[in-house]
Design a protein around this ligand. Structure first.
Ligand SMILES: [Zn+2]
Length: 313
């Protein structure tokens, strides 16, 4: 399977050009196993059973994630003039240690806490719409430390202290209802997206596949000491991490929307299907106008993920 991944990279050097694509793929293929691994390895190869050729495992596959990103950009960037935009980084203080595969079910509670709270903000008209993605940061392995969080763009008149406190209290209450008092406290950061480019950068940043290579490589240095004493443990933790995340999110949407940013809702302000061609042109124009925004806190932004998206294919 890794061999077919390598061949694809030669065939489509732009599409699969992330520098750690092979490394990322090797770790995933070993952990995913079964049909998902085969699908992942054949992403981009058309056949009669799968005419588009894509694997649709956008939670893991950089190319399918890139395709989802293009869809979201075309939906929201052209709507810039129709709204007032903010970004939310909805995270928690600290992180979670995963000791067994069942621990992964707790992640759902953390994402749900934000999901319910964001929907409530729409319902009580504190905001008009929200588009958000559920993510998992892998902070460390041996033992596994992860941090579930969300990234969102919001359309609202304002995101003042009152609204932020309301959101925070709701997230906190939702979590305590489900998990009791021993849970992480919400940690929320808001930004004003006052240019089309800022809106674009945020939508771009919101959609990316899970990343495990960095945490694995750091842990490997320790695992390989003393005749690889902990290597087996590290690899079984990696398998639990990938299969645990995959299992609990199997029937769950990573990419979500509500209010006037939900394409099926009446007040939807984003691009409709018939306008998609003009929308793509608009996205290209915003991109070509240049960068006025690179400042973001997460470590991942400093690498290529921001600039990459539109240069491929
Ligand atoms: Zn794919």
């Amino acid at each position: 399977m890794l061999e077919s991944v390598r061949k694809k990279q030669q065939l489509y050097p732009k599409r699969y050009r992330d520098e750690d694509y092979l490394r990322h793929s090797a770790l995933l293929l070993l952990s995913l196993g079964g049909r998902s691994a085969v699908r992942y390895s054949l992403c981009g190869v058309r056949n009669s059973a799968n005419p588009s050729g894509i694997c649709r495992l956008h939670k893991f596959c950089p190319y399918c994630s890139f395709l989802e990103k293009q869809k979201a950009l075309a939906k929201y960037v052209p709507a810039y003039e129709s709204g007032i935009w903010f970004s939310i980084h909805g995270s928690f203080t600290g992180d979670l240690t995963m000791n067994s595969t069942t621990d992964y079910y707790d992640l759902l509670e953390y994402w749900d806490a934000y999901k319910l709270a964001l929907r409530q903000l729409v319902k009580d008209k504190s905001i008009r719409g929200v588009f958000w993605t559920e993510e998992l940061a892998v902070n460390q392995m041996l033992p596994v430390h992860v941090l579930p969080h969300i990234h969102a763009i919001v359309e609202a008149d304002n995101m003042d202290e009152e609204t932020i406190t309301k959101l925070k209290n709701m997230v906190s209450a939702n979590l305590k209802n489900r998990l009791g008092p021993d849970c992480l406290a919400p940690n929320i950061k808001i930004k004003n997206l006052n240019s089309p480019r800022k809106l674009l950068s945020h939508v771009q940043y919101q959609i990316k596949p899970m990343k495990v290579a960095k945490a694995y490589d750091l842990a490997w240095t320790r695992a390989s000491l003393n005749n690889r004493a902990q290597a087996v443990l590290l690899n079984s933790q990696l398998t639990d991490l990938v299969s645990g995340y995959s299992l609990v999110t199997n029937r769950r949407f990573k990419i979500n929307s509500a209010g006037n940013l939900a394409s099926k809702a009446k007040p939807y302000i984003g691009t409709r299907k018939k306008e998609i061609k003009a929308a793509k042109e608009c996205v290209r124009e915003v991109l070509e106008a240049g960068v006025d925004y690179i400042e973001m806190e997460d470590r991942e932004t400093k690498d290529s993920s921001l600039s990459l998206a539109f240069e491929r294919n």
